[in-house]
Design a protein around this ligand. Structure first.
Ligand code: FES
Length: 316
């Protein structure tokens, strides 16, 4: 069972639907103010049946409401389909504080925002922040059909010619190499979308010297763990040592030993279970950390990542 961060209650106050996407505006249930957030942040929403799902905030930062875009995923893990069909004003849901692992920081570098499908949600918030900061930026948004591209009209209205839409059934496709070449070596790109889209963006960025940051909505495909054998995890706060067997996650093992670790997605995408590493080498298996962050070996996501050595010491 997972332990989640302090819960808020939010009420749906407005819903608009574009294709299979519902744009849902949320206000604090019973009044008050919602916590502040920055572009790239996401929240957990607790849905009926104790289902918890993560959604990027896509409304203007600083607004007194939150807005999320939810895609009806017929083949997904469930939850989002229910929300698209049932979100109506008055629906009350549990929500977490905003968390931000896909952080945009305005800089002097030319910046390209790349969105594929529902990946537009964090990208829309980032583009708004870039505009407010006076950054040099552009947005490339790809979708299957124009009618399915949530936020497309809003992006065009706010950012004008900085936005290019690529619509599959109209025969326009984003040429990621051309986009990276136009941005130039040393540019920064932020991308969010399906795994194949992110893989193509990563390949194009590395061919043209662009620094790419990505957010995955679904877990990256994992190679085999670095170790087949069990390993030990020492919980530094209590000195307790836990043995983690193959097929068991560190999260499961330390929870069985009585440690309290916040968790949510349990698939290495949301960042809730981030845990400081004090000793030992980590086999990082999450979809969050950049290669540089992995190399620092100072935090890990214990729901999926494992040990690349016989013993880890964690700040738990
Ligand atoms: S619980 Fe989401 S990354 Fe571990």
């Amino acid at each position: 069972m997972s332990h989640e961060a302090a819960q808020l209650k939010v009420e749906v106050v407005e819903v608009s639907r574009v294709g299979d996407v519902a744009l849902i505006e949320l206000a604090p249930y019973g009044g008050g103010e919602l916590p502040a957030w920055r572009a790239g942040a996401h929240i957990d929403l607790r849905l009926p049946g104790d289902v918890v799902r993560q959604y990027s905030l896509c409304g203007p930062a600083g607004a007194d409401r939150w807005r999320v875009g939810v895609l009806r995923e017929v083949d997904g893990r469930g939850g989002s389909q229910w929300l698209v069909d049932h979100a109506e004003p008055g629906l009350v849901l549990g929500a977490s504080q905003p968390r931000r692992h896909f952080a945009y920081e305005p800089s002097g570098a030319t910046t390209v925002f790349l969105a594929g499908g529902i990946g537009v949600t964090p990208i829309a918030a980032m583009a708004a922040e870039a505009k407010a900061a006076g950054a040099d930026y552009s947005v490339a948004y790809s979708g299957r059909t124009r009618a399915s591209m949530a936020l497309a009209d809003e992006l065009l209205e706010v950012h004008g010619e900085r936005v290019a839409l690529y619509v599959g059934d109209e025969g326009t496709r984003a040429d990621l190499d051309a986009i990276m070449v136009a941005a130039g070596s040393g540019a920064v790109a932020y991308a969010c979308g399906p795994a194949a889209y992110l893989d193509a963006a990563a390949a194009a960025a590395s061919r043209h010297g662009v620094d790419l940051r990505v957010e995955h909505f679904t877990p990256v495909e994992l190679a085999q763990p670095a170790r087949d054998e069990a390993f030990e995890v020492e919980l530094a706060m209590t000195g307790v040592t836990v043995e983690v067997q193959p097929g068991t996650s560190i999260l499961q093992a330390v929870e069985e030993a009585g440690a309290l670790v916040l968790s949510s997605c349990t698939e290495g995408t949301c960042g809730t279970c981030e845990t400081p590493v004090l000793e030992g080498e980590v086999d990082h298996r999450d979809s969050i950390l950049t290669p540089d962050e992995r190399a620092r070996n100072d935090v890990m996501y214990v729901c999926v990542s494992r040990a690349a050595c016989p013993r880890l010491v964690l700040d738990l």
